[in-house]
Design a protein around this ligand. Structure first.
Ligand code: ADP
Ligand code: MG
Length: 186
């Protein structure tokens, strides 16, 4: 997955919720494009409470056109969704994970996420969106693309760092996101 190469990072300023949602919308489109070539994608969403991780994830899921909302019985840390790529059996699983309440990294075993990280399941692909990724303390491997969201006087800052070629490709698409309330700072 992550190849250890250095990729160019980026910083956005989302001046409003709408601006941040636009980033999520663009991310959904980029994931759809990328998932065929790379059937497993791991995205990390970190940043303090209220920074906008869930807002970004929800906008991404909406853009992917997820059709299910299944709450995992496992502490509610994992919400499983899926979307179709068109064509029979071409379904991609999207796991929206929130590790805020993770107490020990051993709990990750019960969530079954590590299996997914190592091997793509029978579905056409799997996307993992993990809030509070840092709580996994490296147990989920390196993300393809890491987001860090921060409060700022101008709204929210979103720092993005790719760790793989697909992550880098996704970020290049994101750089093209255009909205009045979403500014690419670097
Ligand atoms: N520019 C902005 N971008 C994102 N959220 C914002 C912004 N300005 C205000 N907010 C508010 O901040 C909150 C973000 O909450 P949420 O997405 O649940 O954060 P997290 O998942 O990081 O705890 C929401 O209530 C949202 O309305
Ligand atoms: Mg959240």
């Amino acid at each position: 997955m992550a190849d250890g190469l250095q990729y160019r990072a980026a910083v956005f300023c989302a001046r409003s919720v709408v601006g941040l949602k636009e980033l999520g919308r663009t991310l959904g489109g980029a994931l759809k494009e990328t998932i065929a070539a790379r059937p497993f994608l791991l995205l990390a969403l970190d940043g303090e409470l209220g920074a906008g991780k869930t807002t970004l994830a929800a906008a991404t899921l909406a853009a992917l056109g997820v059709r299910s909302r299944v709450t995992s019985p496992t502490y509610g840390l994992v919400h499983a969704h899926s979307f179709g790529l068109g064509g029979p059996g071409r379904k991609v699983e999207v796991l929206h994970v929130d590790l805020y309440r993770l107490r020990h990294t051993a709990e990750l075993d019960e969530l079954g996420l590590e299996d997914g990280v190592q091997s793509t399941p029978a579905a056409a692909g799997q996307v993992l969106l993990v809030e509070w990724f840092e709580n996994a303390r490296g147990r989920l491997g390196r993300p393809d693309l890491a987001f860090r969201l921060m409060h700022s006087q101008r709204g929210r800052l979103v720092k993005l760092r790719p760790h793989s070629a697909p992550g880098d490709r996704i970020l290049r698409v994101l750089r093209g996101a255009a909205h009045r309330d979403l500014q690419l700072l670097s």
